[in-house]
Design a binder for this molecule. Structure first.
Ligand code: SAM
Ligand code: DTB
Ligand code: SF4
Length: 330
């Protein structure tokens, strides 16, 4: 069991702020300099501004997913060119985890293209969680919807984080996914929280959503009974064959504003500059860090698409004077 992370059940604080629709929309209308200054000031109250948390991703079960998430290359409904694999074996996963740790990652995140795992799927994933933990890495998995019992099983295996994204606003959600509801996602998040697993939950920018939708996504996240410890903000990776392959480009500064508002709404959470970095300049990434992003996916691949090379990221950290955060598990 994770000593600190999984023993104390987090309760909503009576002092927790409920963000109103107008308050969040107003942040998006602030002059850029005012918004980013506010975000950086908030960031400094809770974090070392020059420290960054590094998580490495691995796709442990690829492709043939029954869901219809319009952004996702792993949906069986779209004609994309992704590998289809059963759950990978322990040795393969541990070899990647060892390499991730050696490169400087502190968390290893394993993704599976499932709508929701069957209990026998968890039988296959649990040894992977235990093995990766045994290496002294934090563990995260993203396996789709979980019921109460499944969340408890993962907690008992010592899982540190569960990733399950809201993806967008409740209003825009139906334009992107029809095979599971927003409430289904909230139910999974509640099951994960109740099992005392840390919550990793965020969304995607670039699905064709409005600024109001981005504000509503962030408000939903911040107004959860306990905000997620980790908030991945993905820029859509446009993949040939998915319905969103030709989605409109997002202006880089609009992306940075989303990061800044996430930081202001969830001051003590890790905000992760997630998918989409291969299409960002160093300047956009640097501004995102200045706006309060303090975590990235680190490693040459995401799940099925490319991520910046580790060597390029290390060079960027050197240029920016960023240092990787320490491993909490070793
Ligand atoms: N199947 C599980 C689920 O959806 O809950 C876990 C894996 S799924 C790939 C995890 C998350 O990756 C999605 O919720 C979405 O936010 C993100 N994602 C998937 N495809 C993406 C893309 N093309 N661009 C950006 N983010 C993406
Ligand atoms: C998250 O928010 N982003 C990651 C992780 N959680 C699982 C996934 C990004 C996937 C990008 C597209 C791909 O590589 O398939
Ligand atoms: Fe399946 Fe997850 Fe992709 Fe949706 S995002 S199609 S649930 S793998």
């Amino acid at each position: 069991m994770s000593a600190v992370l999984n023993t104390v059940k987090q309760k909503p604080s009576p002092l927790k702020k409920e963000w109103s629709r107008d308050e969040v929309q107003e942040l998006f209308t602030l002059p850029f300099n005012d918004l980013v200054f506010k975000a950086q000031t908030t960031h400094r109250e809770f974090f070392d501004p020059n420290e960054i948390q590094l998580s490495t991703l691995m796709n442990i079960k690829s492709g043939k997913c029954p869901e219809d998430c319009a952004y996702c290359p792993q949906s069986a409904r779209f004609n994309t060119d992704v590998d289809v694999t059963p759950v990978l074996d322990l040795d393969t996963v541990l070899a990647s985890a060892v390499a991730a740790k050696a490169a400087g990652a502190t968390r290893f995140c394993m993704g599976a293209a499932w709508r929701s795992p069957k209990d026998k799927d968890l039988d296959a994933v649990i040894p992977l969680i235990e093995g990766v933990r045994g290496l002294g890495l934090e563990t995260c998995v993203t396996l789709g919807m979980l019921n109460e019992m499944q969340a408890k099983r993962l907690a008992n295996a010592g899982l540190d984080y569960y990733n399950h994204n809201l993806d967008t606003s409740p209003e825009f959600y139906g334009k992107v996914i029809t095979t599971r509801t927003y409430q289904d996602r909230l139910d999974t998040l509640e099951n994960v929280r109740d099992a005392n697993i840390n919550v990793c939950c965020g969304g995607i920018v670039g699905l064709g959503e409005s600024v109001e939708d981005r504000a509503e996504l962030l408000r939903q996240l911040a107004n959860l009974p306990v905000p997620p410890e980790s908030v991945p903000i993905n820029l859509l990776v446009k993949v040939e064959g998915t319905p969103l392959a030709n989605a409109a480009e997002v202006h880089p500064l609009d992306f940075v504003k989303t990061i800044a508002v996430a930081r202001i709404l969830m001051p003590s959470s890790f905000v992760r500059l997630s998918a989409g970095r291969t299409n960002m300049t160093d300047e956009t990434q640097a501004l995102s860090f200045f706006a309060g992003a303090n975590s990235i996916f680190y490693g040459d691949e995401l799940l099925t698409t490319d991520n910046p090379l580790v060597a390029a990221d290390n060079k960027l950290f050197e240029t920016l004077g960023l240092k990787a955060s320490a491993n909490t598990h070793s």
